[in-house]
Design a protein around this ligand. Structure first.
Ligand SMILES: [Zn+2]
Length: 266
């Protein structure tokens, strides 16, 4: 089975053996272009499933970054404390524009309240948009009229990173080439170049075997890697694994319909 904690462990070891070092998002913007990997985890749901991933990283001495949403499971505060105690970075996975139905002032007030709450768990300095594919409101539109830097936030990965120096991988669709069915979690201006270079991987094993190709492709230019995962997809529990597996094509079709019919894509 792919997308299990074991496969994730193998991916981290392969990256380490290929000479990459790991930095959390709070240090990544400063180091982009160096041979570093940032592990970003969007904890969209089932927060307990983030713990095995966080423990694997801790075991390997890696500090990763975990983004949590404002509304979620009652178990989330417990998980956030555990993950911070394992030495990882916490950040806010914001979707305030969706919650405020597009009212930017209301959304910003909610954003500030949530940021203050999150900072009771960790000195949060990075944030990351939750894609919310079924919402007509792009979370990043909040920053057309408001400024997160003034709140002590240094990095929003969709807005503050230079993707000419950062190769982006995401497990959207529970594969590594699901960018076609992603509504907002994508870097379109660079994705075409990466695809043209053959940097398209489906399984985790293919990604591991493709690491030399990534390094060859970027041999002449500085590059870092940003890997986004959704920990609820990475499980040894066969019931949850098969549920995700069977639901994914349906979700992908829904997202493709959204892309075709409605919204502006990042
Ligand atoms: Zn999300």
């Amino acid at each position: 089975m792919d997308f299990t904690p074991h496969q994730y462990h193998l991916l981290l070891i392969a990256l380490r053996d290929a000479g990459y070092t790991f930095v959390p998002m709070e240090a990544f913007a400063e180091q982009q272009g160096k041979k570093v990997v940032c592990l970003r985890h969007d904890v969209d749901k089932r927060p307990l499933m983030a713990l095995p991933i966080a423990r694997i990283e801790r075991h390997l001495g890696i500090k990763a970054t975990y983004y949590f949403r404002s509304l979620n499971d009652p178990k989330q505060p417990f998980v956030m404390r555990q993950i911070a105690a394992l030495g990882h970075e916490l950040g806010y996975h914001y979707e305030d524009m969706r919650l405020a139905q597009g009212d930017a002032d209301k959304a910003f007030t909610h954003f500030r309240e949530q940021l203050a709450y999150f900072r009771t768990f960790y000195p949060v300095s990075t944030i990351c948009m939750h894609g919310a594919p079924t919402s007509p409101f792009d979370g990043k539109a909040l920053w057309d009229t408001h400024n997160y830097h003034a709140l002590g936030i240094t990095t929003e990965p969709y807005l503050d990173l230079d993707y000419s120096k950062v190769f982006y991988l995401t497990d959207t669709g529970r594969c590594w080439d699901g960018f076609l069915s992603s509504v907002r979690d994508k870097i379109p201006q660079f994705q075409d170049q990466w695809t043209a270079c053959g940097l398209v991987f489906h399984t985790t094993q293919q990604l591991i075997q493709g690491l030399p190709k990534i390094q060859q492709t970027f041999a002449e230019q500085p590059h870092s890697i940003l890997i986004t995962t959704h920990p609820q997809r990475w499980t040894d529990n066969r019931l949850i694994w098969w549920t995700e597996y069977l639901m994914q094509p349906i979700k992908n079709e829904m997202k493709k319909k959204i892309i075709r019919n409605k919204y502006t894509i990042l």
